[in-house]
Design a protein around this ligand. Sequence first.
Ligand SMILES: [Zn+2]
Length: 242
Amino acid sequence: MKSLQTFDAFAVGETIFVASVHQKEIPTQCPDCLGEKQWAISMPSGVSRIIACPRCDGGKRHWLFPMRHERTLEVKEAKVSEVSIRCRKAHNSEKIHTGIDYSTEPYIGHVSHDRAHGSREAALVDGKRMLAADAKQEDERWREEREKVATRSGQDIVAALQAAANESVRDLQRNIAKLKEQMMEAIRYPTLYGPKEVRAYPSATPRITEQTMADWLGNLLSEANIEGWSEQELHEAMCSCV
Ligand SMILES: [Zn+2]
């Protein structure tokens, strides 16, 4: 049997003051675009492109890592209702940690001795220290994240450009599918769809002429918006041969 060491402790019935830090999440400024919502990518050769910031999705996402917080300090007061000694073996070590905990009345939590103070002023000093430590840690996390931006931006730019390219390929595929559908309808139901000459009088059967055919195709092609795509790209969008 070992004799217990002695501790200075608050006694049952004594008043203790305990500081606590409350924090509220606040929307974060995007660490990548710093609120600009977009990135301007330019190359010395003169090519430039504006893309939506991938991290905040062009400013649509407001809650981003690392979170920022607004902090307030509160000092609570209560009487000690019970004092307990806690002995615990440290994880992965033979060392025994011994400490004192207080139960409180009215209940303000289970308070460890190092958080309990004999005066409101002492608790306030403790609280300000905790608040400053939390804020410092958050600032450090923010700074580290800003440093990571530089190493990660290359990959992000590639991914964002790829996503933009995929999106325009999908647009092209949609437009070409619609174009095919319209042409098929015109072949299947020539009197309902397709290039018809304006009827000279209501009972006349509409006729397809070279001019109406050219106008009709011209309209369809401009709606499909396929200008600027290479023959190879158009082939890939239209054909399932590969
Ligand atoms: Zn952003």
